[in-house]
Design a protein around this ligand. Structure first.
Ligand code: PEP
Ligand code: MG
Length: 591
């Protein structure tokens, strides 16, 4: 029977396919398809992993048998027996083989998928003892996964098979192979999400997360339909269920009826047609009807995204979130050379267009996990995050600054500093930038010129914009955080997502203040939060005087269409009225 689960719309479009449930702790497991001729070797790889764990348990059993009851309690021997029994379990083995043989999943993916299937059965058991065996099953799965790490996978060398794109009409509900897959998880960290950039998934749904959480931002940059904050989705959906993800409405439909499938298949094709139509604007300059030139820039997470930014029509990168170079490295930070190479690749990818590299912004919902500075705090969004993290470790910060300055010799680079609040932080940052130059001079290493800018993403910074403009060449408004800190709403918490309002008058006033002061002083100002890519806000921002927008590449053409239809001069008075309103959200959207 069809049922729907409501969440928050994150990345637009419709995806229709089968659910793949992934436990968050296992998302760093590779997900790729193998070729049919690799089935046997993949099953063999799994068998070797399993055998290694069995051997290890036998070894432990032997040493336990030589110990006295004090050193080796009876429970330990019983536990090892249970583990051996689970490793020899037919349902686990045959299930895993099914995912490999019939679906062509790589061994790790097949194993974790089958784990989810069996774990569900354990959850439903009446007997408490048996329910408790789920933890054992998880433990042995982890062990096999670890054992397999040492065994090379043929699929990792071969390029992953991409799913043949099929329209809804081609899909049959009993199809199993070549069907789009929708990932459903309780939670995904930004680093997990990043890992799915090259992945096989056609859509994402998570139980938790806010609209501008970094996980949602990365999902949006993947440009595939996604819904976050869909509460119990990972419990209500079963492995392999047919689902529809409506990324526009923020809804997931489970087990859809044929009528719903047809309706959403139609919507899906309409969306694709609309996107196709927009590509006509690729080479059209972004100029309003009254001749105002508008700069449309890209936000990127990885150097490789630069190529996509150029082909999406961006005239530069307005925000390179450099922290993604620091993630997924098990706590080891990238050294100067590794960072330099990353920045250089982004600069080359932009083919002479400017790249704004933001210094690392970790902390809050972008933890590095194993870093010593990464201990759990009660309010991480108010804690050691972004520039605070960098200033707390000057050696690390200098390494990044040197790498960025060196990369600036390869093409036009702007250096952007996140989350500054205090004058003392600004001066400390500037002193370190000077020191990084001196260090490079002393080492005789070439570097290039950079314009230095600050993010305005804390209300205190917006209110002190004059101070910021004494020091900085340009400003970039980070509305994702500006909204979070102005309204005291955690951007990653779905339970307060309904209060996260970009059109709150206080937010609009801080944005307007920043734009007006920059314009008065003739300094460039851009907006790089998610508001920049929201077409329903383009006219308002134009009316507020904004002329530079930085967003996910996939949004550029839709925003350009709004720009081309707008008369910026006429929008000024309307924007003033909107801002004077007590509840601008009620009246905005069309002047
Ligand atoms: C912002 O806060 O608006 C921003 C662009 O930075 P991030 O989303 O990475 O915090
Ligand atoms: Mg921010």
């Amino acid at each position: 029977m069809t049922f729907s689960i409501h969440g928050l719309a994150v990345a637009r479009g419709i995806a229709i396919g089968r659910a793949v449930l992934v436990a968050s702790s296992r998302v760093d497991v590779a997900h790729y398809f193998i070729e049919p001729n690799q089935v046997d070797s993949e099953i063999e790889r799994l068998r070797s992993g399993r055998d290694a764990v069995v051997t290890e348990i036998h070894r432990l059993q032997t040493s336990i048998s030589q110990m006295g009851p004090k050193e080796a309690p009876h429970e330990l021997a019983a536990l090892l027996d249970v583990h051996l029994m689970l490793l020899n379990d037919d349902e686990l083995a045959s299930g895993v083989r099914h995912w490999i043989r019939d679906r062509l999943y790589n061994a790790e993916w097949a194993l974790t998928t089958q784990l989810e299937v069996i774990a569900r059965q354990f959850d439903e058991m009446e007997d408490e003892y048996l329910r408790g065996r789920k933890a054992d099953l998880e433990q042995i799965t982890e062990k096999v996964l670890r054992a397999m790490k040492g065994v090379a996978s043929p699929g990792l060398v071969a390029p992953s098979r991409t799913l043949r794109k099929r329209s809804q009409q081609d899909l049959l509900l009993d199809d199993t192979v070549d069907v789009p897959l929708i990932l459903v998880a309780h939670d995904l960290s930004p680093a997990d999400m990043l890992q799915f950039k090259q992945s096989v998934f056609a859509g994402f749904v998570t139980d938790v997360g806010g609209k501008t959480s970094h996980t949602a931002i990365v999902a949006r940059s993947l440009d595939i339909p996604a819904v976050v904050g869909a509460r119990l989705s990972s419990q209500l959906v079963r492995q392999d269920d047919w689902v529809i993800v409506d990324g526009d409405a923020g809804v997931m439909l489970v087990d859809p009826s044929p009528i719903l499938l047809a309706e959403y298949g139609f919507k899906q094709r309409q969306g694709e047609l609309e996107r196709g139509r927009l590509t006509r604007l690729l080479r059209t300059p972004a100029v309003t009807m009254d001749g105002q030139k508008i700069e449309l820039l890209a936000n990127i997470e990885l150097p490789e995204d630069a190529i996509g930014a150029v082909s999406a029509g961006a005239v530069g990168v307005g925000l390179f979130r450099s922290e993604f170079l620091f993630m997924g490295r098990r706590g080891r930070l990238p050294n100067e050379e590794e960072q330099y190479q990353g920045y250089r690749r982004a600069i080359e990818g932009m083919q002479g267009l400017p790249v704004t590299i933001r210094t690392v912004d970790v902390g809050a919902d972008k933890p590095l996990g194993e870093s010593p500075q990464d201990s759990a705090h009660l309010n991480p969004a108010l804690g050691l995050r972004a520039i605070r993290w960098s200033l707390a470790d000057p050696a690390m910060f200098l390494t990044q600054l040197r790498a960025i300055l060196r990369a600036a010799a390869q093409g036009p680079v702007n250096l952007l500093i996140p989350m500054l609040v205090h004058g003392s932080e600004i001066r400390h940052t500037m002193a370190l930038i000077d020191r990084a130059r001196v260090e490079l001079d002393n080492r005789g290493i070439a570097y290039g010129p950079v314009k230095v800018g600050a993010m305005i993403e804390v209300p205190a910074a917006a209110l002190m914009v004059k101070l910021f403009l004494k020091y900085f060449d340009f400003l970039s408004i980070g509305t994702n955080d500006l909204i979070q800190y102005t309204l005291a709403i955690d951007r990653a918490d779905e339970s307060v997502a309904h209060l996260y309002d970009p059109l709150h008058p206080a937010v609009l006033r801080l944005v307007a203040l920043t734009i007006a002061e920059c314009r008065a002083q003739g300094k460039p100002v851009s907006l790089c939060g998610e508001m920049a890519g929201d077409v329903s806000l383009t006219r308002l921002l134009l009316g507020m005087g904004l002329r530079s927008f930085s967003m996910h590449p996939a949004q550029i053409l839709a925003v350009k269409q709004e720009v081309l239809r707008a008369d910026a001069g006429k929008l000024t008075a309307w924007a003033q009225q909107v801002m004077a309103d007590d509840e601008p959200g009620l009246r905005i959207l069309r002047p």
